[in-house]
Design a protein around this ligand. Sequence first.
Ligand SMILES: C[S@@+](CC[C@H](N)C(=O)[O-])C[C@H]1O[C@@H](n2cnc3c(N)ncnc32)[C@H](O)[C@@H]1O
Length: 288
Amino acid sequence: MSWVCPACLGRLAPSTGGPVCADCGATYPVRDGVTDLRLAAAMTPHMRKVAAEWDDLAAAYRAMVRGLGARTEEIDRPLLEIASGDILEVGCGDGRLLLKLPARSARSVRGCDISAAMAAVAVGRGLDVVVAPAERLPLPDRSVDTYLSGYYALRHADLDRSCAEMARVLRPGGRFGITLLGQRAVRAAAVVASLGGLWRAEHRWSAARELITFGGSFVAPNDVRSSARTRATLARHGLRLTRVSGFPRLPVLSEFLHRLGISMPRLDGDAAVPVSYDIVVIGTREVG
Ligand SMILES: C[S@@+](CC[C@H](N)C(=O)[O-])C[C@H]1O[C@@H](n2cnc3c(N)ncnc32)[C@H](O)[C@@H]1O
């Protein structure tokens, strides 16, 4: 598996300024050692905004994740369990999850991220990572055995386009593991946070608005409403959901319990979705 031209899926040949497509002649820049395989024409204003936001967060990301304690360990585990063969992580950030992959299970390990600054950190850690969005992967059809996306990287992506690309690059029978957030739990966390805001004059109106809309502005379109909806989205692209797991997280209380060495239980099955904050979706690409 090697990177290809995102415009025509042609072979990329090295050249002084950056890779050149041997088929269509498109050229791609390399900045600070990181190859940028984003197609300007395929980047929507929303995608540019997401990329810019993560560029700004790149320097602080490692410390941010450290502060999450056991939360990332729990949601990483189901993804690490299914990883083998040619592995791709989409939205790999600084390579945090990719670096946890046991070397014995991988034939190749690659990652891509929409943010150049996040990808640069991963490249600096010795990983084969390029700048590219989930919606337009610079990889050949049927070239990946395991597609991962850790710690809700697809939360703000175009999920339909991303799933189409996931199905395209996965080999028949290939596995995927993605993390998303549960819509009800996102709302509940926002409501709890807003209750605190009511006591602070400068936050009072926004907190009241949040309470009235039951955390509405915190919900992203990809936040999981039910397994049935997620199953249907995946099925449209020939992807079969085989397991859904959830990790409940109660604002403040979960962090407190974690300090005592107690973590919230992992719940498996459709009933996990309504009560879980972190949701891990595992599945396979249909054969044929
Ligand atoms: C919370 S970080 C997760 C990073 C890594 N997966 C992990 O588990 O630590 C989310 C990452 O997703 C990336 N991202 C967001 N939208 C994306 C998209 N449409 N395509 C590719 N990457 C995306 C961001 O740039 C950011 O690096």
